[in-house]
Ligand binder design. Structure first.
Ligand code: FE
Length: 152
């Protein structure tokens, strides 16, 4: 493992510094899709993600405990990614990037929620602290929640 190198994805570029990365997602690219591609290509087992930038279309989810599903809504307007924060883990064997986001609007109000996808419109500056060790979540069948399972 090289400690310092620049790597290129289809829709992102990253500078690897030890186990940390500075990551750029391209104008027009899908943020979650790009982050997933990055995590897969670097074989990251767990990690922490934070970022800022801008988007003009974002789909957010709000977990509805009645239906036990996400209610979703897509916002189409120019918005600042005022704050995106989340983590990298696996739901059983499947990569899951759990990312929450606050989107700043033109009138300085905001939307916030669980990010399902966003189209970058402006920059996307992300920082990832990574670890090769996999962190796995298991589904708690009683409450339908995916929870860190440290026995796996
Ligand atoms: Fe969430």
């Amino acid at each position: 493992m090289e400690d310092l190198k620049v790597i290129q994805g289809k829709t992102w570029q990253a500078k690897k510094m030890g186990s940390d990365y500075v990551l750029n997602v391209d104008f027009g690219a899908q943020l979650i899709e790009s982050l997933e591609d990055f995590v897969r290509s670097e074989d990251i087992g767990s990690g922490e993600i934070s970022g800022i930038g801008a988007t003009n279309e974002a789909t957010l989810g709000f977990y509805n405990f009645e239906t036990q599903e996400y209610d979703t809504k897509t916002f189409q307007e120019q918005m600042e990614i005022a704050s995106a924060i989340g983590n990298i883990a696996y739901k059983d064997d499947e990569l899951y990037i759990h990312l929450h986001i606050t989107l700043g609007r033109e009138d300085f109000g905001s939307y916030a929620g669980h990010l399902l996808e966003a189209t970058i419109h402006g920059v996307a500056e992300f920082y990832v602290r990574s670890n090769p060790f996999k962190v796995i979540k298991s589904k708690n069948e009683e409450n339908n929640m995916w929870v860190y399972d440290f026995d796996r």
